[in-house]
Design a protein around this ligand. Structure first.
Ligand code: EPZ
Length: 432
């Protein structure tokens, strides 16, 4: 594992420019597999999850090139490959998003079942149930799913839970089905609206994204398209909390404020100032210790689970006791142990954390259990005394483009340590 050394005790100040959204770009890449012509997607973040998806797409026969300016050229496969590579699917769960598009385009797909992950079991039963309703014959055996359907047909699908991935997989598959598909209790995340826009520019007929009912009228084929990915609202929220937790002052640029309403409301409740800063900008100023708060994660437009670790870090230095309830995942609380090592006072009972704020966190060697937790621990380390080291920062490279460069741009003294650099008392014994 690598490490990230941080000099603590100083506020962060400056400008943070947000990249294109990981959780929108990955789905558009999958959708582009259905086109008959080249697609160009811009504002694609150069992050490890995008590289993994590029690997999956190449394996499926697509020609994919990511340029340094964030432009991704995708020439869809000429031959209908239909087996997604197991090692990449196991590495990144979002690879299951190729299932709907490949099945719809080629009439068959074979993909490894993604395993559990650091934040809990993550089944794909809702994806499979929806595809079955659209006429797919699906066999699950030896850790693989194989689906066949000469042509999918439109169906009425009621999701038991507004799953983001199931909504997207079914919406994509439905674009090439016969007849109309209606997805009820659909997820309403902004990334789904962005995917709808991309699909429609390819010639699909999708309406309703952003509401709980999505209607898709199937078409005969999808053409090439060009689309710019929406800004990453979770990266924006992470930068906002980084300002708040260090008592700093950051202007976060390239944001859509409406996407951040739940995060902004919660920050204001904690006494953090959030104000517009020109078009596409928000200025976030923390002064003194934040006030305690109650957070309950929910599907959009509720408070996003992907911001829960960052808010736990904020609660750790708040005045008074905060309560955090995770309702989307069963075990997304592992960062509590790490924050505790930094001096936080947190009791976790199942999916509820009670956080009694302390005046200051301290330096310690901690580990980032997943990508969002890493993005919570590094700014938290900056807030505390001493020189903490966060192990596993490469997990945040999965989802944050130029994370340490952006932290440095707002004044953080952070340094990446090569794998297995020995540390003692929070200090790297070998400088890198
Ligand atoms: C997306 O995951 C995001 N990933 C996640 O972001 C995010 O946390 C999540 O949505 C919720 O907002 C991408 O977009 C690539 P779900 P997804 O299907 O689609 C259960 C990050 O840090 N469920 O809405 O997998 C599931 O187990 C990542 O960027 C079923 O039970 O989320 C989970 O508890 C982490 N059966 C809950 O629903 C299913 O068939 C939410 O999952 C599908 C889901």
């Amino acid at each position: 594992m690598q490490g990230m050394w941080i000099r603590g005790g100083r506020p962060l100040r400056g400008v943070w420019r947000v990249s294109g959204a990981k959780n929108a770009a990955l789905k558009m890449m999958a959708a582009a597999l259905m086109a008959t012509e080249k697609c160009v997607i811009t504002d694609v973040p150069a992050i490890n999850d995008v590289r993994t998806m590029m690997g999956v797409m190449r394996h499926l026969g697509a020609d994919v090139q990511l340029h340094p300016n964030g432009r991704l050229d995708i020439v869809p496969p000429a031959v209908d490959a239909w087996e997604a590579p197991e090692h990449l699917v196991r590495q990144m769960r979002a690879s299951v998003l190729v299932m709907g598009p490949v099945l719809a385009k080629t009439g068959r797909v074979r993909i490894a079942l993604p395993g559990g992950c650091a934040i809990g079991p993550r089944p794909i039963d809702l994806h499979l149930r929806g595809l079955r309703l659209m006429g797919a014959r699906i066999v699950e055996e030896r850790g693989f799913v194989e689906a066949h359907a000469a042509r999918l047909r439109g169906a009425e699908i009621q999701l038991d839970f507004p799953s983001v991935g199931a909504t997207e997989n079914l919406m994509m598959a439905a674009t090439l089905a016969t007849g109309t598909t209606v997805i009820r209790n659909a997820a309403r995340e902004p990334e789904i609206i962005d995917l709808q826009t991309f699909l429609n520019s390819m010639g699909a007929k999708v309406v309703g994204a952003g509401t709980d009912t999505i209607r898709v009228v199937g078409v005969e084929g999808l053409r090439g398209a060009r689309h710019a990915v929406m800004p990453d609202r979770i990266e924006a929220g992470t930068a906002m909390v980084a300002a708040a937790v260090t008592g700093g002052d950051i202007v976060v640029q390239n944001v859509i404020p409406e996407h951040l309403e739940a995060v902004t409301a919660k920050l204001r409740e904690a006494g953090v100032e959030v104000a517009p800063a020109g078009p596409g900008g928000l200025r976030v100023r923390g002064s003194g210790r934040p006030r305690s708060f109650y957070v309950r994660t929910q599907p959009h437009p509720g408070f996003p689970t992907d911001m829960q670790p960052q808010f736990m870090a904020l609660a750790s230095v708040a005045e008074g006791s905060s309560i955090i309830k995770e309702t989307v995942y069963t075990s997304r609380m592992k960062h509590a142990d790490e924050l505790r090592r930094m001096g936080a006072d947190i009791v976790v009972d199942g999916s509820v954390a009670v956080v009694r704020g302390v005046e200051r966190l301290t330096g310690a060697v901690v580990e980032a259990p997943d990508l969002r937790a890493g993005a919570a621990l590094v700014p938290a380390g900056r807030a505390g005394d001493g020189e903490p080291v966060v192990e596993g920062p490469e997990r945040s490279d999965r989802g944050y483009e130029l994370f340490e460069e952006k932290l440095q741009a707002v004044g953080a003294e952070v340094r990446r340590m090569a794998e297995d650099t020995p540390v003692a008392g929070g200090r790297p014994l070998v400088s890198v």
